[in-house]
Design a protein. Sequence first.
Length: 797
Amino acid sequence: MEFLNDLNERQLEAVKHTEGPLLVLAGAGSGKTRVITVRIAYLIAKEIAQPHEILAVTFTNKAAGEMRERVNAILKGRKLISAPLISTFHSLCVRILRRDIEALEEGYTRSFTIYDTDDSMKVIKACIKDLGLDPKQLAPRQVLSAISASKNRGEDHEMFASRSDGYNEKRASIARVFKMYEERLARANALDFDDLLIKTVKLLRKVRDVRDKYNGRYRYILVDEYQDTNPLQFALVKYLTEKQQNICVVGDDAQSIYGFRMADIRNILDFEQHFPNAKTVLLEQNYRSTQTILDVADAVIKNNLGRKEKKLWTENRGGDRVFYYQAFDGDSEARFVAEKIYDQRRMNPRDKVAVLYRTNAQSRVFEEALRKMRIDYNIVGGFSFYERAEVKDVIAYLKLALNPDDDVALSRVINTPPRGLGKTSLDEIARITSKRGTSTWETILAITDDNYEGKIGLTPRALNSLKGFREIIETLRGKVKRYEDSDRPVSNVVAAAIENTGYADSLRRENSDEADNRLQNLEELVNAAVDYDSQDDNGLRDFIDHAALTSDTDKFDRSADVTLMTVHAAKGLEFSTVFIVGLEDGIFPHARSINDAQELEEERRLAYVAITRAEKTLFVTHSTRRRVYGEEMAAEPSQFLNEMPLEMIEDLTRGNSWLSFARSDAVKENIYAAKALRGETEKPKARSTYSGKTYDSKEAVAEFFKNRGSGSAETPSEKKGPSGIEKLKEFASKDRKPAPEPPKGKFLPGVHVKHSKYGRGLVLRREGSGDNVKLTVSFPGYGQKKLIEKYANLEPA
DNA sequence: AAGTAAATTTTTTTT
DNA sequence: AAATTTACTT
């Protein structure tokens, strides 16, 4: 068993402890995936378990795929009769439900449809409308996330309603939507992402036979990224391991970054209580990064309270300092990154580079800069292939063929391509449907029947179109059956859904570049289907499930030289060189997390994840101005930059930067200010709730913007002159299209003001004119406030 | 009914 | 700035 040789003692301990519950607390880069994969291989090679008796669960398809690959690599050469099941939580649930959901006796059948977030949103919107509620007051987005959060806590709509009776009108409205949403999903034989888990847990809880079956089937269960499990996933694991207790979980509490999806860090912290007699193995040796990078990461994460103490160490030598750059604006930040990548690629062509940002919206400028420099890059996230409208349309036809009660799919394609069934006709069909209380498809069947008795407010032409649509779907359904046992069950039907529904013809008639492009995408979909036919002998059903459960983060290509992605998407990956960009207050940490201590800690863990992705070289950048919603706003450095040890940072900014100011003698002499810069003056209690800029808490430090008379990041040093802000403006007018001349003597973005209640703050944004001027001002300790200039009584500060 | 222009909103993070 | 929704033509 030579594959055990390159494990350290701790890792070996984790691999060999096969019986009973095992918790592996694995720090970043400590060989977590290696432990899981080797453990699987060990179980098989030692014949402790048959391959098919092993279940490994991950969160992403990407992780599952990689794990599968690595297990295969270790075991290559051995003839195996079966394979371990390595799956995501959601695919595992689909697999179980496709077999056994009918045992739940809730009316769901095995041909249920999966609704993705988009589909769910459509149902929510329809519910809000049909209940006569105002979508302005009850944002569908909010409703959806409230419902999802509730579901993930393990509640149903009745529990939600019972927690909300009485005074809270909004909650009561949400409860009504919740109820209707559930009814509609049930009627459509559809499950949303949360339901996949909920129904599986329910099934295992209620039906003894089913629970026994899966308990018997999977004798060894492994869970990756256990710190990201939510209560439902925990329940699932608990039920699946009930009998044998051979559960091995691997995770790192410092990398818990899915709180917004109800992930509960206590699952990992309390593992020993949940599973008595659990053994715990701590992996602290890091094989990925330099000591410098680990020290920086550690300095940042130390600011979180309540975590399992864990100190990573490495045998790797010190390494470079962390490179820092302050840019003038988003474009120059991107240009800097592109240039550095260019240099890096020339010096070390084999090294992989990643650009990590907080939100997907930040990717654009970096894409443009890289394209200008002719650097090939790969981008993870954003638009996925399966999210394209034309692909979703065709998939909707296929879903409809498998489950015609799927109302969302039906409404998507009933008039796509246009068949003369406009709003009026669709409203009438909806009216009859809600009167009958059936699915839309059944209404269509009824009213297109020549013997239909009821009143139909449809024009003969519309009714005729409807008959045509019915025809199309029924033909497609026939094809699914006909090709089921052929050797191309998927691609034949996919092709039919494109050609025989009038979809392709309609695109061809358009005769535009755009339409051509869409046709090409559909060709790609057919290709994917052909692939699918040749690889697995799974049917159309699996193909559709795959499309629903595969996400954009799954398309990471390890061979790409340069990858752009969010920090979330980067979890579990590693790169020689990492750029963490947009380290600004309000971006990273995100503005929505800044006023909540818990969420701020999650942002900090996110920063920790980002830093620890780097093997050799780490760049951190921020910009002093940033476009948000199309408007330029002043931006302050992220508090996470403050938390990094200044002596480990090398400033690459040309001219003065926030960092050079932070280190300047003037500040160093003022010990208090220096400490403030490092965030060390906060009272312990205020610490975790503190939301302002730490260096701003001392007046001397706040002078920063004023004092750096030598100009912006881009301007080489000059003699002291006008204020920094004026310099910035001057620079702006030279470098780019002349900005509209702002009114003089007013509170412009970038100036500090004084407010009677909130004290000193920085103007971020100014909108409107005359008496209607609205200002967005950031007050340390109070967060961002929107003020009407006329009434706010601000003074220059 | 369908296409276009105007207005409005949007950004966390993801299975 | 871009995308989505609504209002308004034809």
